[in-house]
Ligand binder design. Structure first.
Ligand code: GN1
Ligand code: MG
Length: 369
């Protein structure tokens, strides 16, 4: 593709580009890894942002400037435990000093530094990995806990807001009554049976029980980079949804991603389950960094968040399937339906293990608080 090479050249001050290849598992943007000839920083990340999902990409770049500067300031004032590093991706500028480049078709391209000697996994390998993923999210929240959420723009209005997702689903479902497979009917019933409780986090927020904070928005397992040698978490990447929100969205999302050993892309949706041991290890890693800013009210809504986030993502996937796959990238017309089934099955598994999960939350929050 000529375009990606031309785009990569905009962010390349000197030297020759050896390769621009598709990179990562993103469902929204197009991401590439650029390799340059020689030199110290021989790789960088190039992305074409999806402006259908993010209609104001300039706000993403503005937010990135604000919170990465805040994070770096905080990192300078704090010492990390020995043997740990924490990296913050840097925005790379074009040859004319801009933080993005628009191609002739109007596509929005931007580049970020590549974090070397680190890698991501799509699913949790073992309990140590689970602890590191939790640590990374806790570290991230900790580093941004003093940044007033109002200093960030809302890059994606409505993100994680269940009442809005349900309204949108109702509208789409009413217009597209055609899809009537047993799987689609299962999904419709699933949503119907659970919609009454779906406003729980928004109601708590409106009642002042849960405060707005600066959150990541998409802390799934493969957004946590691990040091290649030590396996320790070194960064949380994919920063376009860093904006005001509830830490509960992040925790619920991180746990729905981490505690599903088959992963969100499995075809074997019937076998999907939520793994309480991973939940314990991940939450313990998180709390090691998060105790200083969490309030007792936050703990009260933890289980609700763990249950709600896979339901939310399943609803978003199912709606997109009904709508004709306009939001998430798909490899087949049924891909979003398959993804929805995985998340709904995971929700059921969480419901079946409610006692165990509440027990873990109690054990961890009482023991060390
Ligand atoms: C999307 O593009 P990606 O993979 O980083 C989505 C998340 C979902 C995730 C599921 C902006 O993230 O909310 O949890 O897919 N991002 C957006 O894999 O909608
Ligand atoms: Mg993302």
């Amino acid at each position: 593709m000529a375009h990606r090479l031309t785009a990569a050249q905009q962010f390349t001050p000197q030297g020759q580009i050896l390769d621009v290849r598709a990179y990562g598992q993103g469902n929204v943007h197009d991401t590439f890894l650029v390799t340059l000839e020689g030199g110290l920083n021989k790789n960088f990340i190039l992305q074409r942002l999806n402006t259908r999902v993010f209609p104001r990409p300039e706000l993403i770049m503005q937010n990135l400037r604000v919170f990465t500067a805040h994070m770096r300031g905080r990192l300078q004032r704090e010492t990390l435990p020995p043997g740990r590093r924490w990296e913050v991706p840097e925005v790379l500028l074009t040859r004319s000093g801009q933080d993005h480049w628009l191609d002739t078709a109007g596509s929005f391209w931007r580049a970020l530094s590549f974090i070397a000697d680190a890698q991501a996994q799509d699913t949790i390998r073992d309990l140590k990995h689970a602890g590191e993923v939790g640590y990374a999210l806790g570290r991230f929240h900790h580093l941004l806990s003093a940044l007033p959420p109002a200093s960030l723009a809302d890059t994606l209005p409505g993100f994680h807001l269940m009442p809005g997702y349900l309204r949108h689903y109702d509208g789409v479902n009413a217009q597209k009554p055609g899809k009537k497979s047993p799987e689609a009917e299962f999904c419709r019933r699933f949503v119907q049976e659970r919609r009454a409780g779906a406003g729980v986090l928004e109601e708590a927020k409106a009642a002042g029980q849960l405060p707005l904070r600066t959150i990541h928005g998409d802390p799934k397992v493969n957004n946590v980079l691990l040091d290649a040698a030590s396996g320790r978490a070194v960064a949380l990447v994919d920063l376009d949804t860093v904006k005001p929100g509830l830490v509960h969205y992040d925790l619920g999302d991180c746990l729905r991603s981490g505690c599903n050993p088959l992963g969100e892309e499995t075809a074997d949706w019937q076998a999907v389950r939520f793994e309480p041991d991973i939940c314990r290890a991940l939450l313990r890693g998180y709390l090691s960094q998060a105790r200083d800013f969490l309030t007792p009210g936050d703990y009260d809504y933890l289980f609700a968040a763990i249950r709600l986030l896979p339901f939310e993502l399943g609803l978003r996937f199912f709606t997109d399937y009904l709508e004709g796959n306009v939001y998430f990238k798909v490899r087949s017309p049924e891909h979003n339906l398959a993804r929805a089934l995985v998340q709904f099955r995971l929700t059921e598994s969480i419901e079946a293990r409610e006692g165990a999960i509440r027990g873990i939350i109690k054990e961890l929050t009482e023991k060390e608080s």
